[in-house]
Ligand binder design. Sequence first.
Ligand SMILES: Cc1ncc(COP(=O)(O)O)c(C=O)c1O
Length: 307
Amino acid sequence: MLPEKLANKIHQRKTENALRTLGTSLPLTDFSSNDYLGFSKSEQLFNAAHAYLAANNIKHNGAAGSRLLSGNHSLYPKLEHMLSEFHNSEAALIFNSGYDANIGLFSSLPQRGDVVLYDEHIHASIRDGISMSHAKAYKFKHNNLTHLGELLKRYQQSDTIYVVTESVFSMDGDSPDLVQLSNLCKTYQAYLIIDEAHAIGILGNNGSGLVQATGLEQHVFARLVTYGKALGCHGAAVLGSKALKQYLINFSRSFIYTTALPPHSLAAIQAAYQELPSHIKRAQLHENIKHFKKDHFGCASLMMTRN
Ligand SMILES: Cc1ncc(COP(=O)(O)O)c(C=O)c1O
């Protein structure tokens, strides 16, 4: 039996017809997942990941510890080097998931006396991370740079200001004006962090994301890319300076106190990146988005390619 307060919360969910339950996936046409390019079901990618493991003479599954202890498999530095080159970033640091990465970033970066300004539609993982920090946080209206500008002005005396948003919002498929956003942050010397979870694989040259598409790599303090969406596997990376990477390795608790991803997860990420440049389904996806927006539901978030 649950304690009464918890049972009441479940009861309330039921009466509001909002109870969450787990289902198994059925062989239906997929209009709801984040598998935008169909990578998660690709046998070719599965085989490519296995071939990569074989080429590196890896014949085991285990990660066996935190990356700071025994879990930093030899594939990690290789993959992080590839990521920093692909994303034109000084450094990359792999986390176990996008949720872990956001929790780790936002609980460790903002300090007491700092302020975080975040888009009101920002992902739960960022909100959760912020709530674990000692900084004050204020939301700005969705994609509204005028409102953000007012807040930046109001809090400009804070020690450090962080601004965080997403480059593509999952529910509406819309994006902020990154160039103007970056200029605004420069004016107030604010540190800009962009979550590219829904842009990676989809936008920019070779699916490298919206920050690269707008040439803002050197103007963004940190980028988050996740691998559970268009790349069809699991994990995430924070892209930024070597100094940021060093800081996160030392202070990001969701990086430090967890078992590292196993080699086959790293091989799956590697295989998905190898597939990105040539991937024909990206063009098909953009056609589908246009089609749904124009002819059917007027809804940008219906982004699907698989039949
Ligand atoms: C914007 C955004 N950031 C982070 C995450 C978390 O990523 P992951 O699924 O890898 O934990 C999600 C997942 O829904 C997301 O939409």
